[in-house]
Design a protein around this ligand. Structure first.
Ligand code: ZN
Length: 227
């Protein structure tokens, strides 16, 4: 299937271009604003701690984690984990990313519905991304198209997951920008830098969702060709 010209045209080439472009944009913007220190000079760790305290969240800890762009909020461990670069840096990138992760904390505290839906979908996605393509291939090889369509249904759950991720990420960034403004963490022009960093980060999620969509489209074309 990977040497299928339709696969190359519909999935491989657009996905490669899109992913490359999004990655480039993220790294470029992130590096650019990593060089710009904020007036307040708060490190990522301080930004996160300030937001959590001001928002009355007392049971979520802020800790460093290895790697670059590995920042995340772990709802089960109740921990905001910031990559070393973000944790210790007073840059605009650090403030933006730290505030974004706190946005996820606030979503969790408020029971934001898309975040709950996303959590429900996690096990389904792990199953769907493995079983979906297997069922599709088996269905095509054995010429049992209903089996292939069942695989499409499984794989559609993967797309659903990535689509549900979008409002979760956009909302966390919206909250982040509001928080850094409200709490005076970033001022005036600095907020534009934070918006650029978070906007670029959002692109990678859009690229991932679009890739899942193209894969699904390809599977549907494959099955339809069999009729
Ligand atoms: Zn996020």
């Amino acid at each position: 299937m990977f040497f299928d010209p339709i696969y190359i045209l519909v999935v491989a080439i657009p996905t490669a271009i899109l992913t490359f472009w999004a990655q480039n944009k993220v790294t470029g913007t992130y590096r650019k604003y990593s060089q710009v220190q904020s007036n307040m000079g708060m490190t990522g760790a301080q930004v996160a701690q300030t937001i959590l305290v001001k928002k009355g969240v007392r049971d979520v800890k802020v800790e460093p984690v290895a790697g670059e762009l590995t920042d995340h909020y772990d709802p089960r461990a109740r921990a905001v984990r910031l990559s070393e670069g973000i944790y210790r840096s007073g840059s605009l990138s650090a403030a933006a990313v730290a505030a974004h992760e706190c946005g996820h904390v606030l979503q969790d505290v408020e029971g934001y519905k898309f975040m709950n839906l996303r959590a429900v979908l996690v096990p389904v996605v792990n199953l769907g991304s493995r079983i979906g393509p297997m069922l599709i291939m088996a269905g095509l090889i054995l010429n049992i198209l209903n089996l292939a369509w069942l695989g499409v249904l499984f794989f559609a759950m993967v797309l659903l997951f990535h689509v549900v991720t979008l409002p979760v990420e956009f909302d966390a960034s919206r909250r982040a920008l509001r928080l850094v403004n409200e709490l005076g963490i970033l001022q005036g022009e600095e907020q534009k830098g934070a918006r650029a960093v978070l906007g670029a980060a959002a692109l990678t999620y859009v690229a991932t969702a679009f890739t899942a969509f193209l894969n699904l489209l390809y599977y549907i074309i494959l099955i339809n060709r069999r009729r």
